[in-house]
Ligand binder design. Structure first.
Ligand SMILES: Cc1cc2nc3c(=O)[nH]c(=O)nc-3n(C[C@H](O)[C@H](O)[C@H](O)COP(=O)(O)OP(=O)(O)OC[C@H]3O[C@@H](n4cnc5c(N)ncnc54)[C@H](O)[C@@H]3O)c2cc1C
Length: 379
């Protein structure tokens, strides 16, 4: 389903636009099973790694259809940008998550209910099937992610933090912002007091009756968090960018040739690869392999541009001699490492992020109002 190559991703995008995009808003909520995924794009593993940019996806879609016909799809693509911006303005949501996770992990490491859940051995058939699907295909449909998280939190009574870790370990599109905030949203602590409760009829209907007799806690109260997060003011301003410097790119921006920064003549590009020993959340072998292959695919493409390029693990970045730029990797594990271990670098930001994150101070409803502005500027 997910070849780790930009060529493959690009073809997948074109095919989705040509054949399925027009029906997206009508069919997107259905999960017909892992071998019938044409009603959604399945592009997130590529968008998350920057292999396809949000601008490129929107541009090609809007070339074929007017905005009003594909508004829902454009909104979804920009949800991701919104979640990222939301977290950028409140980075302690991520750092608190990582701190809390350590204590919760310790408490639950031998908990039978937790172990049954991650092995797919609960008494809820659909949930067990999704665990298998996640581990095999490293992808779940959006609606299924919502049901999965809701069952985890409200029927199995497990902490959302462990569920979010389980997703990050196995998803090809695992992303600090979309995942952490998605789990918080289901629990009812992102939009305070509004939780998402999965129900038997909804699962039956939107899986096309693939599952029967689903016993869930459909009346659980929302989770409560006393902690509120105020906005940390950040400007995301680029420094003056000089030619002949080194640029470091992390795994979430692997499409250098599509980037608004390619006009600068960088002396060298380093593709930085994170490693499990340095991660707070360890990745499954499939996900590690997927990332490694995407990095190599980007390396080959940059070489054809005659730019000196190599892949380095992030622990080697401290040996880079000159001052260098880092393409900002967003709140998450890579940024945590940079801030705690590296010096002598300057961050540079993508234009789309600089522009859009200014609209992420409130809810998505408010952000939606700025979508026409974003589209006018970037497509
Ligand atoms: C609990 C939970 C955890 C999630 N974890 C992640 C994650 O780690 N990484 C991730 O990329 N997405 C995550 N999502 C969002 C969403 O489920 C996936 O982006 C989507 O399922 C990807 O499939 P697709 O590419 O076929 O999406 P499509 O429906 O085809 O949408 C197109 C693109 O829009 C974006 N998008 C769509 N829905 C959402 C959404 N709800 N939030 C943010 N962006 C969206 C994605 O980039 C996606 O590729 C999570 C959602 C939930 C409820």
């Amino acid at each position: 389903m997910f070849e780790p190559k930009r060529d493959f991703a690009h073809k997948k995008l074109i095919s989705f636009i040509d054949n399925n995009l027009i029906e997206y808003s009508k069919l997107r909520n259905f999960d017909f099973g892992p071998d019938q995924r044409r009603n959604i794009s399945c592009l997130s593993p590529y968008i998350t790694h920057g292999v396809l940019s949000e601008i490129e996806v929107m541009n090609l879609s809007l070339k074929k259809f007017p905005f009003v016909k594909i508004e829902k799809f454009i909104q979804e693509v920009l949800w991701r940008v919104y979640w990222k911006g939301w977290l950028e303005l409140r980075p302690s949501v991520w750092s608190d998550y990582i701190i809390n996770l350590q204590a919760i992990r310790e408490k639950y490491k031998e908990d039978p209910k937790y172990l049954e859940a991650i092995e797919g051995k609960t008494n809820i058939e659909c949930f067990n099937e999704w665990v298998g699907e996640l581990k095999t295909y490293n992808y779940l449909h959006n609606h299924t992610r919502m049901w999965f998280a809701s069952i985890w939190i409200f029927t199995l009574n497990l902490p959302w933090q462990l569920g979010a870790e389980f997703f990050l370990k196995h998803l090809y599109d695992g992303d600090a912002a979309s995942n952490t905030l998605g789990w918080r949203w289901v629990a009812g602590i992102q939009t305070q007091g509004k939780h998402y409760l999965a129900s038997e009829w909804n699962i039956k209907k939107f899986t096309n009756n693939r599952f029967q007799n689903i016993k869930l806690n459909e009346n659980a109260p929302t989770k409560i968090s006393e902690k509120t997060y105020s906005i940390a003011k950040k400007d995301f301003v680029n420094p003056e960018i000089n030619n002949d410097k080194t640029l470091v790119i992390f795994e979430n921006n692997l499409s250098f040739e599509m980037l608004d920064l390619k006009k600068f003549q960088f002396k060298k590009i380093i593709l930085a690869s994170n490693i499990d020993e340095l991660r707070q959340i360890k990745l499954s072998d499939n996900v590690t392999k997927f990332k490694t292959n995407l990095l190599h695919d980007q390396l080959e493409r940059i070489k054809t541009l005659s730019i000196d390029c190599e892949i380095l693990t992030i622990d080697k970045l401290k040996d880079v001699k000159d001052d260098y730029y880092i393409l900002y990797p967003n709140v998450g594990e890579n940024l945590d490492y940079i801030l705690s271990k590296l010096s002598g670098y300057k961050f540079i930001y993508r234009e789309l992020d600089q522009f859009s994150w200014g609209f992420c101070n409130k809810g998505f409803f408010n952000f939606k109002g700025y979508i026409p502005k974003i589209i006018t500027k970037f497509t």
